[in-house]
Every structure is written in structure tokens, then in C-alpha cells.
Design a binder for this molecule. Sequence first.
Ligand SMILES: [Zn+2]
Length: 304
Amino acid sequence: MEISQLLPLGDGLELTHLERGDTYLRLSITSTSRSCFCPVCGQPATRLHSRYRRVVKDLPWAGKPVQLILHVRKFFCDTPACVRKVFVERLPQLVAPWAQMTTRLCETIAAIGLATCGRLGARLTSRLGVATSWMTVVRRVMALPSKPVEHVSCLGIDDFSFRRGRTFGTVLVDLETHRAIDLLPDRQAETAMTWMQAHPEITHVSRDRGSEYASAASRGAPQAVQVADRFHVAKNLSEAVADLLARVLTELRAASEEETAATTAPGEVRTVVEEWRPAPGEHVKRTISKHRAEREARYHSVED
Ligand SMILES: [Zn+2]
């Protein structure tokens, strides 16, 4: 079996040379098709303009990074009406225009990024023979096409920050699938309202306590029931309980002081209930003094 048959390149491409180093593989690929289609007018072109060399990274081979040296061509487009006179040969089955890595390598990095994250993905790819940065992993994930929002009944809406404490946007979540379905560039009521108007199927909107999203839901999805989300219900509850406890504690202290003043004889010292503590037993005192001695010994040993 020839080595060119081992490497899936697609029609019109041929492996012409293989160079093996200690830490890399370098493969020379030449385009052999006689004609090429103009990317603007779509007509075939055969008149050669020039040749040039393009270097892209490919999937590793046996743990070694692979570099493809692509020998591709430029063609004249002879279609009179076409605005493009010269164009570069495209290799859609192997690499996107202007890309620095093959499509299959891009897909692999994106899959690793989806399964891990930026920094963890970069560490994993380096073990697999793909030298890349965490930013590239993130870029590959961000470049994936997002699924269009089709149907959402229960919508969750809240703000999030693009830059912590500075720039805010809006995140929209499908509460039935628990997936973020869209991001809006700001947290204005108008923007969220426009989005909701395009989704008349919304039946429930779960939102925070702010007036912006309340206004957006009232105008953008008037048919929907608005509810406070779990986080804000818990926040409301904890704040109300804290207020209540603070008020009750103040009243209890005031009542206790009044009672103490009324029942204490002149010159008598009374112990306030809150200040009373049982006297520690002998064993507790010994344990405390033992721990203190150990701490002091440790402190002196560190000092020395
Ligand atoms: Zn053309």
C-alpha cells in the first residue's frame, strides 16, 4: 500500500514527499486537478497564473505534530463579466481559505474544547501532539455555529457581565432544557422586548426583581406569566428574614434592659443573660493550657 493511500486528502491532491524528524512529520501535498472553479462566478478556470506554498498544521501522527506543505496555484478567471481576475485555488475538502490548520484539526480542537475548557483543553492537546494555546481552543469553540432558537415555552432571563462590573449583557435560558439559548448585547428592556416579540410561544418568564426585565416581559410577551426565579425568591426570603431578626433582636435587647433596670436594687450588679457563660471545667482548662504551650513552642521553633 502506498503511503498516499493512508492519508485521506480528497480528490485532486497527492502526497509527493514525506520528511520525518525526531519531533515532527512534514508532508508535501500537490494539487493535481487540471482546472479550478472561480469562487466568485463559479466558472471553471484552467489558465495558470502562478504557484505558491502554503503551510498548515494537521492532526498528529503517532503523537508527532504534522505539518502540511501545500503546493497550490493561482488561476486567471477568463469569464468576461467576473470581477475576480485572479484567484487562489481552494481546497475545501482539506482546509478553509486563510486557515492555518486543516478542517479536521479544527474540528478535533473544538471537540476537545467542548469536552473540557480552554486551559484544560490546551494541556490535553499538548499531550496528544497538537501544540495549541488555550485561546485557540476557546476560539475554535466560539467559531462553532450556534443552533437557531426554535421553540421556547419557559424563558429565564437575567443579566451577566462581559467584563466583570463594567459591561453587562442579557442571558436567555430555556428552563425546560436548562440551556442558554441566546445572549443579548445589553440589558435594556427594548432589546429583550424585541427578542420576546419574535417568540409568541413563550408562556412563562422567570426574571429578577428589576424593572427592566419586568417591562420587557410585559410588552414583549404579554401572554406570559411572570415569576421570580428561585435565586431571587431565596434572596428575597433571606433579606426579609435578616430584617425581621434584626428588628426582633433590637426589641428584645431594649425589653431586657428595661427589665434589668426595674428589678435591680441600687448598688447591685446583675449579670445580663447574654453575658452568662458556664465556668469551664478543670479538664477544659488543662486542654487549653496544653494547646497554648504547644502553640508557643511551635512559634519559638519557627522563630529560631
Ligand atoms: Zn470568476
